[in-house]
Design a protein around this ligand. Structure first.
Ligand code: ADP
Length: 401
């Protein structure tokens, strides 16, 4: 057997060296590619913003594929990277996920025919990973938004819970005061056989007044629970608003006089509206009752006038007013400006009932107030008939007036 010559051996050695170098290069490329895919895959767990995902894809793929530069255009308007002035080769692939198309990634090179089929395969894999990372980001953002919403609702629940506790203590206090007085006066009458009849009458009168207070509080609580369960009933008929206003003014005049306040009604325009008179009367009793309760000097003035196809009724007082930061909440159930120290009677239900009743009549209520100067509550209700016809219709409804 002839021995291979040294030259032939050296030739094979050189060929093997080239082969090894090519394999090393290929392994290195594969390593880089795997590393790139791994790094982009990692970003799927990292809640990166679309901009961060885009930057990572561009930076790493340009490095691995020796591209001059790259550009990403997302369908939601985000654009990253630039297109160079001289472009001979470019690779463009869509960025997609299970829900559809998200954008396009393009990488560029100045040399002709630069990118290979393997490069395209790699950039497709990268784009797929980017699609998943973007989808993850969308899901995580959605979860974060839901979490924030849950936290907000939780805070609201806590506030409602607090208001309910305040309400229970307010109501217990409000019930206990007239009850204690009823019990006290009844016990005094029972214990004294020789009590003169005029004193007895006075005490029975107090028991009667205190029982009325109790029934007002209990009715408010029942009304609010009907309102909360949607069972409040309305018996709506056409009627003149001013007649209800006159009745309420007559009823509460004594209360105002006892505090030395003037209670007046300025009727500028009469108005026929569709209403449940008992409920509208309840609205006015609450508004005028509050105005008297929170006013120590001056008076309470009611004014009724027409504005387009609505009637406006303002209840204006010269009382203590309401601080601005409380105004958005006073129509909420159980809310009282004086939630901690109670110097005035009340349960915080009156204005919540007022608003529900006004809402049921397709009306609105607003309030303007300045601490120390007074408050004006204005109710707007739709007219039953156009302004011109209201007077005629009222005359028909009450021919004797
Ligand atoms: P309350 O039973 O406490 O009167 P309301 O729901 O009627 O409950 O009113 C809520 C709160 O709004 C009151 O506790 C009071 O702080 C404030 N408020 C209502 N009307 C007036 C008013 N005319 N002047 C000053 N404060 C008022």
């Amino acid at each position: 057997m002839s021995q291979p010559s040294l030259a032939a051996f050296e030739e094979r050695l050189a060929a093997s060296k080239v082969e090894i170098e090519a394999l090393t290069q290929e392994t290195l490329n594969l390593y880089r590619q795997v590393n790139l895919l791994y790094r982009i895959g990692e970003s799927m767990n990292a809640c990166l913003s679309p901009e961060d995902v885009g930057q990572l894809v561009l930076r790493e793929s340009c490095k691995i594929l020796r591209a001059t530069s790259g550009r990403i255009v997302l369908d939601d308007g985000v654009t990253l990277g630039t297109r160079p002035e001289v472009v001979e080769s470019e690779l463009q692939v869509p960025i997609e996920n299970a829900h559809g198309h998200l954008g396009v990634v393009t990488i560029f090179n100045k040399r002709n025919g630069f990118f290979t089929a393997a490069d395209e395969k790699l950039i497709r894999a990268v784009a797929r990973q980017a699609g998943i990372a973007l989808e993850n980001n969308r899901l995580i953002q959605g979860l974060l938004a839901k979490n924030r919403e849950l936290e907000r609702l939780n805070e609201e629940l806590k506030a409602v819970d607090q208001m309910k506790s305040d309400f229970v203590s307010n109501v217990s206090h409000e019930l206990r005061t007239p009850l204690a007085s009823i019990k006290g006066f009844a016990a005094t009458i029972l214990a004294d056989d020789e009590m003169p009849p005029e004193i007895q009458r006075e005490f029975v009168g107090i028991i009667n007044d205190e029982s009325d207070k109790l029934s007002v509080i209990i009715n408010d609580i029942l009304d609010i629970s009907k309102m909360m369960s949607g069972h409040m009933k309305f018996d709506v008929r056409p009627a003149p608003l001013e007649s209800v206003v006159y009745d309420v003014v007559k009823l509460l005049n004594m209360l105002a006089e006892r505090k030395g306040l003037a209670l007046t009604f300025d009727l500028i325009d009469p108005a026929m509206i569709l209403m449940d008179s008992t409920r509208i009367s309840q609205v006015l009793k609450n508004l005028v009752g509050n105005a008297i309760k929170f006013t120590d000097t001056g008076g309470v003035r009611l004014t009724q006038w027409l504005e387009g196809d609505h009637v406006c009724l303002a209840v204006e007082d010269t009382g203590e007013g309401i601080p601005e930061d409380h105004l958005p909440y006073i129509f909420e159930k159980f809310y009282r400006v004086e939630n901690v120290v109670h110097t005035k009677e009340g349960t915080g239900l009156g204005l919540a009932l007022v608003r529900t009743i006004v809402d049921h009549h397709h009306g609105t209520i607003d309030v303007r107030s300045r601490p120390g100067e007074g408050s004006t509550f204005t109710v707007r209700l739709p007219l039953a008939l156009p302004p011109g016809d209201a007077e005629v219709s009222r005359a028909e409804a009450h021919p004797d007036r």
